[in-house]
Write a protein of this length. Sequence first.
Length: 96
Amino acid sequence: MEARKRPRRNWIQEERRKTLGDWVAFCVGCGFTLRYFVELEGEIPPTCPGCNGEVRHLCPQCDARFPSAFLVECEECGTAVRPNQIFGGPIRKAGK
Ligand SMILES: [Zn+2]
Ligand SMILES: [Zn+2]
């Protein structure tokens, strides 16, 4: 899981990442997002405090992390990682 290497980003992005938090997690139900550091990964709530939807922080396909709150497709494998319709479309509950 940890073995996968990402291409390096430029230093501005690296700097920003250090101040704001390393990665992003988001609710697939309502679009709620939060930043987190890898060391604090265990503190990410599994479900959204707002809508009880799934809070996702890894690509369901390849376990890549999400560098941006606006990501809709995994940078590594191109899998859609969040429903596009949360921006303006009907909000539906996540769940299986
Ligand atoms: Zn939510
Ligand atoms: Zn992926």
